[in-house]
Design a protein around this ligand. Structure first.
Ligand code: AMP
Ligand code: MG
Length: 487
């Protein structure tokens, strides 16, 4: 069955057309009783989709994949990937489908993709489904990232399917409709390279250049320029995560995009108390994806991408390797520059402030937070008050007051701009205890806490009366937070 969508919206199948070897035409599983849990009207508007249509029975069929929109041929995408450092040549969308691409109102080409839509040929041992809680979690955290200005895939809707899924207990099932500038991953290149088909690899690289990094096409070495562009996008992205206190939690190469958007909100979390070793994922026993490791892992993943591109960079490996190495070496300075630029902004310093001074102030304040177990987000927000003459919102959080005063004296001496700080230091982040509260309520049928949380997160820099509990750190009895993968 196919449904006519809002007249302006046509789905294309460009990925499947350009890369048929990496696309398996597939159908979503039946959804016994679809019920809309949350719809992102701004994202619908960006796509030119009418919210009233999406809320209708035909719209829900589109959102759970049981009726393909006009022009669409849903496909499961093949990819490979290093998971916790070990290569798996055959991953792919085990429980997801790409419906196709839509040209957004602003002209961008966007993927519309479903997660939790049933088993595909890539499902391996999985059931192909997803539970309401984790899909709403992706909705919440991706919208929070968007609010913070961090590149991310978007969430269009979460629809309960009416089918229970078996996890530790039986849980209500759901499908997330996700929008992304594409779903091309480092693992997509690893898949193409592993097939040994040089033509497929080249088509994939050309597809990536045209969708994400078109300037590379005009470079002397387009595929090297593609790699350089991905290095740059990821250096900037991971710096943004670090500045926001975000721990992705599962930075496998199949969860790292070519576009530079954050993807796959599984075991991720924002930290409350600042901790370089912050780690939430129950399966990451060695801390491979802990907070402080994220830049190193990004660089490691990019090295895996470089390996796949070598044959395209130059026919002669002896020429290709040093070019790729030099491009990868740009990651560290780019990351450091992006991080320092962000830290200058968080500390209210002008962009041309002395790098050494800014860097020392930033690193020293982080050490202070680490040593004193201070809530990261509310401390930085509180620094604005310090500039305005009331030190308490930041100072009261630090046990070693003398250390705070010594640091603050150095910092105030460089004349920080409090208003500029308030534009970059969020009041509201998706606090783990509030996310859990909203998900528990939603799973039990009460969507109000979810709505209120989303309301706070979509305007994270705008402090609003009545939302105080959304700005506070975790309560003492919340304890250590653990997140779960493969949910
Ligand atoms: P993720 O950790 O979510 O990035 O998933 C890693 C791989 O496992 C991907 O290939 C997913 O499609 C697959 N996968 C995760 N959960 C399921 C599931 N319940 N059923 C089928 N495949 C799954
Ligand atoms: Mg994934």
């Amino acid at each position: 069955m196919s449904v006519p969508t809002d007249s302006r919206v046509t789905f294309d199948g460009r990925f499947a057309r350009d890369l048929p070897e990496m696309a398996v035409a597939w159908q979503a599983a039946a959804a016994p009783q679809p019920a809309l849990l949350v719809l992102n009207e701004p994202v619908a508007a960006e796509l030119g989709l009418d919210p009233a249509f999406l809320r209708s029975p035909e719209g829900l069929s589109l959102l759970v994949g049981t009726a393909a929109p006009d022009g669409a041929t849903p496909v499961a995408q093949a990819y490979a990937g290093h998971q916790f450092g070990s290569f798996n040549p055959g991953l792919g969308d085990g429980r997801a489908l790409l419906l196709g691409e839509v040209t957004a109102v602003d002209g961008r080409l966007l993927d519309v993709h479903l997660k939790g839509s049933g088993r595909t040929p890539f499902a391996r041992g999985g059931d192909g489904f997803a539970a309401v809680g984790p899909m709403l979690r992706e909705f919440i955290v991706s919208e929070a990232m968007q609010g913070l200005g961090i590149p991310t895939t978007r969430s269009l809707a979460v629809v309960a399917t009416g089918r229970d899924v078996r996890r530790e207990t039986m849980l209500p099932g759901a499908v997330l409709a996700r929008v992304a500038s594409s779903h091309l991953r480092v693992g997509s290149f690893q898949y193409a390279a592993a097939t040994g088909n040089p033509d497929l690899l080249k088509r994939l690289a050309d597809h990536a250049i045209s969708r994400h990094h078109p300037a590379a096409a005009a470079a002397e070495r387009p595929y090297l320029a593609l790699f350089e562009a991905v290095v740059s996008a990821q250096a900037s992205l991971v710096a943004r995560w670090m500045l926001a206190g975000f721990v992705h939690g599962v930075m496998n190469t199949d969860n790292m995009t070519i576009s530079g958007e954050t993807i796959d909100y599984g075991p991720c979390a924002f930290m409350d108390v600042f901790d370089y070793a912050a780690l939430y994922s129950s399966i990451d026993r060695d801390g491979r994806y802990a907070y402080a490791n994220q830049p190193l892992i990004a660089e490691w993943n990019l090295a895996r991408l470089a390996e796949t591109l070598l044959p395209l960079i130059d026919d002669d490996q002896e020429q290709a390797v040093p070019l790729a190495v030099a491009a990868l070496e740009a990651f560290r300075p780019r990351y450091s520059a992006a991080w320092l630029t962000g830290m200058k902004a968080k500390l209210g310093l002008p962009a041309d402030a002395d790098d050494d001074v800014a860097s020392a102030l930033a690193n020293d304040v982080l050490t202070l937070l680490q040593d004193n177990h201070v809530d990261y987000t509310s401390f930085f927000r509180g620094l604005g008050s310090v500039v305005r003459g009331d030190a308490r919102p930041a100072r009261d959080k630090v046990l070693d007051v003398a250390a705070f005063d010594a640091w603050a004296a150095r910092w105030l001496a460089v004349a920080p701009d409090a208003d500029a700080m308030d534009r970059v230091n969020p009041v509201y982040i998706p606090r783990n205890h509030l996310v859990e509260e909203a998900l528990d309520a939603a799973t039990a049928g009460d969507l109000d806490p979810l709505g209120r949380l989303l309301e706070a997160l979509t305007k994270p820099f705008e402090e609003r009366p009545g939302l105080e509990r959304y700005a506070a750190g975790a309560p003492d009895d919340f304890g250590a937070y653990t997140t779960y993968c493969g949910t």
